[in-house]
Write a protein that binds this ligand. Structure first.
Ligand SMILES: [Zn+2]
Ligand SMILES: [Zn+2]
Length: 535
């Protein structure tokens, strides 16, 4: 049987999620819901990225523990994803004992396989604070404009550089001049994978978004440098090798391995064999879903780590990397104050409204604009006025005039052929990661159904031609039953209400007809309009 792994990017737990995150991650849930309907063995995982210096710095400023900062945002993310109906098999975080233990095991494996080595390099050290300093923990004069700034990027001229290019360096915490000491680190031999990653990108690029192909090419052209696996920090995963007691595993290394540790956890909880699930045997489709700023981590660094762990493991097959979302035609940024948080959307709007709009205008090939007014209009137009109205016109007429009894009739062959064909065409788009196109097809289906109803005029046939009315009704109910299936990956709420009214079994990705002898008890409204002025 076909197996599907869907890994959506791990959000960093020191800030709220905004609509850009949502647009990048939601395609993963649409894929997962579709994949389960197809009967594929599906695992969808993600989690919060809890470690690293931005969290420790913020904790120091607020006088609380890093765990409390990260924990607070993790809980918030869990709540956001729940309200917007993300169907993760596991949404975890990187501070669990399971993740730590598994990352340590992977690190040992990579070491045994010969891809780690030690370096001894001079590094900035603060005698007062008694620790080594990372670039962002240092202040000094910018080598380009001469102003005093932080050690990784100049706040004034935006130049990026290494801290050793700066002069008059001081520790940012205590403002004392820095000293230099030799420091020991573990390095990952990423350079050893240059050719293998080039081959991998060449063989798999046809399933990647164009931005993934381009970004990966640029990254590979610069030549892959070895990367430090350890850093001087006390918040993070302990290094399971002697002599590294005061260091922790670097976030880039452990967070990206979260796909594997989370997948392993799901396998263990369900009595499945993790190695067998991840095996590259041609039956596993591995989708990685994220924003374009994350591309090299998923096309270069993560597959190199996978190869370093186990050469039999399936590498990413599909890279679903979104472009960016702008807010009301402006670049989204904290300083402009124009960020819309996922929290706000999840609290104030129906999940289907948020999901449908986010997918219909997904930044699949280019940056897109996001506006709440447009989201409300889209919802009112297509879900209330289109899909909901088609269902309600039919069902409330049957309930009012016929006591909910569905007359006998034949589904029109042309409509049946159109509907049945959608499972193939829409399914191919979803599996190919063209989820925006798939959502546009939903709009076409909604328009097709309403046009059929308007042209067929069942309210006239009901008076004049009972047989004709039976056929029109059978055709409309066939359309509806299959919309409940075909739309379920994007809008799970309304389709569930409809499925329940039509007494349909759980959603599957194949043509379905309402049960014989169906009697409707009521015509529930699928979607209630939102006042456009209220947005
Ligand atoms: Zn500068
Ligand atoms: Zn200091």
């Amino acid at each position: 049987m076909k197996r599907v792994l869907i890994g959506t990017a791990w959000p960093y737990a020191n800030n709220l999620l905004h609509v850009g995150h949502l647009a990048a991650l939601l395609p993963g849930d649409v894929l997962a819901r579709y994949s389960r309907m197809k009967g594929y063995e599906t695992i969808m995982v993600s989690g919060s990225d809890m470690h690293g210096t931005p969290i420790t710095e913020r904790a120091r400023k607020e006088g609380v523990s890093p765990a409390s900062i990260a924990g607070r945002y993790h809980e918030e993310f869990v709540d956001n994803f729940k309200k917007l109906l993300f169907s993760f098999d596991l949404y975890t975080h990187t501070d669990t004992d399971f993740h730590k233990k598994e990352v340590q095991a992977f690190l040992r494996k990579i070491n045994e396989n010969g891809y780690l080595y030690e370096t001894f390099e001079p590094q900035d050290y603060c005698e007062t604070c008694g620790r080594f300093l990372s670039d962002r923990e240092i202040e000094g004069k910018c080598p380009v404009c001469g102003k005093v700034t932080r050690g990784d990027q100049c706040e004034f001229c935006m130049a990026s550089f290494d801290a050793d290019k700066m002069t008059d360096k001081v520790c940012r915490t205590c403002k004392k001049p820095t000293a230099t000491r030799v420091n020991k680190h573990l390095m990952f031999r990423l350079s050893a994978f240059q050719q293998k990653i080039e081959d991998f990108a060449a063989e798999n690029g046809q399933h990647w978004r164009w931005n993934a192909v381009n970004e990966t090419k640029k990254y590979l052209e610069q030549g892959l440098p070895d990367r430090a696996v350890t850093r001087d920090l006390d918040w993070g995963i302990e290094v399971p090798l002697p002599g590294y007691e005061n260091k922790r595993v670097y976030v880039w290394f452990e967070a990206v391995l979260g796909y594997l540790t989370a997948c392993k956890k799901v396998c263990e909880d369900h009595g499945r064999d993790f190695e067998a699930f991840m095996k590259a045997d041609g039956d596993l489709a591995a989708y990685y879903v994220h924003g374009k700023d994350n591309i090299p981590f998923h096309t270069v660094i993560y597959p190199a780590l996978q190869m370093a762990i186990d050469s039999a493991m399936q590498l990413p097959t599909h890279i679903i990397s979104s472009e960016y979302v702008n807010m009301n035609d402006e670049k989204m940024s904290k300083s402009k104050g124009n960020l819309i948080s996922v929290h706000e959307l999840a609290e104030q709007y129906p999940a289907d409204a948020v999901r449908f709009y986010t997918m219909l205008f997904n930044p699949e090939r280019r940056d897109v604009n996001f506006s709440i007014a447009e989201m409300v209009q889209t919802y009112n137009k297509f879900l209330c006025g289109g899909f909901g109205n088609f269902v309600n016109r039919n069902l409330s007429f049957l309930v009012k005039k016929f006591g909910g009894v569905i007359p006998k009739g034949q589904v029109e062959p042309a409509v049946k052929a159109y509907v049945d064909g959608l499972y193939e065409s829409l399914g191919a788009k979803i599996e190919g990661g063209e989820l925006r196109d798939a959502t546009e097809t939903m709009v076409e289906v909604i328009q097709y159904a309403n046009k059929y109803y308007d042209d067929a005029k069942p309210w006239v046939a009901a008076k004049e031609d009972a047989a004709r009315f039976g056929d029109i009704t059978a055709t409309c109910l066939y359309l509806m039953a299959n919309m409940a299936n075909l739309f379920a990956p994007v809008i799970p709420v309304g389709t569930e209400v409809l499925r329940d009214m039509l007494r349909l079994p759980k959603a599957v990705w194949e043509p379905i007809a309402p049960p014989d002898g169906l009697v409707l008890t009521e015509a529930k409204i699928l979607y209630t309009r939102i006042e456009e002025s209220a947005s």
